[in-house]
Design a protein around this ligand. Sequence first.
Ligand code: CMP
Length: 504
Amino acid sequence: MTETLLGMLVGHRLAMMALLAATLGVLLRVLKPALRRELRPTWVLLLLTLVAQGGVAAAQWQGSASLAAIMGGAAIVMAVLALIQLAVLIVYHVLLPILGLTAPRIAQDLTVTGLSIAWGLVWLSLSGVDPTQLFTTSAIITAVLAFAMQDTLGNVLGGVALQLDNSLKVGEWVRIDELSGRVVDVRWRYTAIETRNRETIVVPNSWLMKNRFGVLRRRLDEPLVWRRTLAFNVETSAAPTAVIRALQQGVTDAQIEHVASEPPPSAILVDTGAGYFRYALRYWLMDPQFDDPTDSLVRIHALAALTRASISLGVPQEERLMVKENDNWRQANERRELERRLQAVQRTSLFAKLPPEEQMTLAEHLVHAPFVRGDTLTRQGAVAHWLYLIVQGEAEVLVDHGATKTRITTLRDGDFFGEMGMLTGEPRSATVVACTDVDCYRLDKVGFAKVLLARPSMAEEISAVLTQRRQELDSRVKQATQALPRSPSEDLLARIKSFFGVGS
Ligand code: CMP
């Protein structure tokens, strides 16, 4: 019965099948030129069918019936495989798109593979071989097959799992170690990633299952953005807040293509090195395709912004050592710094009227002490070692009493603070916090003692300021305490005291 069936197929029906397959193939090629590469296996199979069919004729002519039967069988297998390929292409590339559906590439691969295996089994049983027995009776074949298929199965299952759990989709940007690119295809064996250099990287699916990779995916209802980080080495003398401001504004004000305005760019100080501070400027890129050119544009704008703010790039110390620093250069530098300190002394109301030599004595004892917004300059209750002169910026004087904090005053350019603790030896009377970046110089006890000894009248001047400040501090604290709502027990105590005439 099976032989008759085979015989029928080998005959003119085979030629019909091959013709049908060739016609469908040509039609598909015309309708969907993009399928040119995918049709290649079909053409190869049809060619093999023709060769096998030629082999049948040759064997018959030679009078070898068994060879003719083998060749005939091969021709059928090839022809049906070609038809399977074509049918799957038609379903996935013509019918499903007509219905508005798309299926992942791996589904097409697996359908072809599944149908081909099924056809193989059917053909075996048509040829009189029971495929189930083949596997159950031959343990060696099963073992060899299982061993050989180990990697392949890992890749197939990996590909299916990647598709099912949505961890990787065609079109997404991925990063694997130092390599990044767009996923262009997920096949039954591998995932193809196209880099920006137009290289296609083939990664086995089983590798992706076992290893870590990054996927650039947009958040729900938000456009796709990718944070990029650019490093800048900047001279150490530039105030970090000024550098950060310049870097951020350089990008915000420039409106660079592919740079998102939201979230805004941000700069941070990431490292300090010999001769430079390292800053990281982070901005959000809207299209990963343009990473390098956009990085370059952002760098250009950031560098221009630094130049506008008179901030130079940092030079590593090794290079700086190449510059010969002679004594004149060093002395000029020291003179400039002393000049700055002298100006700080002269701008401070307390020392403005001192003769120049005493001002110079003070200047020699000053130490530069810059603070940034939010820093605590002195803390209430701490031991006092320094008197501070504010060159630039604003700082608040705050007093803690119980659970509340009272603002006493705001100190500005030319003001000084810390005299109470330094002159009386008492703990700091208040906390002083920077409301802006504050550029300060601080004076130690030794330097201050020198001037006090030379000019005792200064002690009187300072004690007048100190008294006035102390009074202001006390009255502010008192006002604040009275303004506080009293607890019922405090109220009762006051009423009892007043009723019996007991003073508070
Ligand atoms: P000291 O007590 O050493 O530390 C806290 C400083 O806050 C204090 O010295 C003063 O210099 C300053 N301070 C306290 N009260 C006032 C005030 N009323 N006005 C200005 N500064 C003050």
